[in-house]
Write a protein of this length. Sequence first.
Length: 285
Amino acid sequence: MLQALKSLPALGRAARSASDWVDLQWSLVVELLARVAPQAHGRLLDVGCGDKPYEHLFTPYVSEYLGIEHEASFSATSASHANRGPDMLYDGRRLPFADRSFDTVLNVQVLEHTPHPAALVAEMARVLKDDGVLLLSAPFQFRLHEQPHDYYRYSPHGLRVLCAAAGLEVVEVHNQGSLWSVLAHKLNSYLAFRVARVGGLAQAMGKLPHEGRAQASTRLWTLPLVAPLMLGLAGSARVLDRIAPDDEEALGFLIVARRKKMLAAGALPAVRSTAEFFPDTPESS
């Protein structure tokens, strides 16, 4: 099947589209990003960009789209073997840009993978211009992934606290789905990864870019049963989320935050010591 996907581009595109529609977490994130993309402007920095799967959503609105990745963790992912990737790599501590360098910062499903989320949010705030916009998506209920570098899950209240500490004001919060999406996604994840073992097949279609390369072979004989069941669950969840929503349940949240204007020209918000975020490592000079 992998060879068929590679040799027949039309088949590969159709399979990827169907897979994206069934993958509720992915499709809900993309739908929300498309909704907030018009708020992006000027120079955009995508922190934890992987193979830049969201670039096409933002290029109509920005003058420059720059992607950056943590060098050590990126090298262990399947995205590192993709045809395109980050424009820059860095050490995961200080972003290699001057203060107020960007009008927009994008951070999608990355915050759970840093053991020091406050430090990352503070860095993203530092490189934002006054009134710059941060578009940040983080999971609330999601399976363990990219292990062992999977540390946290976030409520909108936790994201507000992180942003406030960095001098950012959250102006919008968007739920990624509702109760039925949560239930369907968990069931579909079990069917996909435990029953059908489609990790390698998904990566052949360009999915799961931040995971390591899948080792288990796909159980092709399960697909005639598993695929229709997954389609049914995804479709039912989309309908039920509309007619019977639960605002206290979501796969994750997307926030729009803005860096507050400084009252005095040239005044920057207080920058907390790097040693405070990385107490086990001496602060670099």
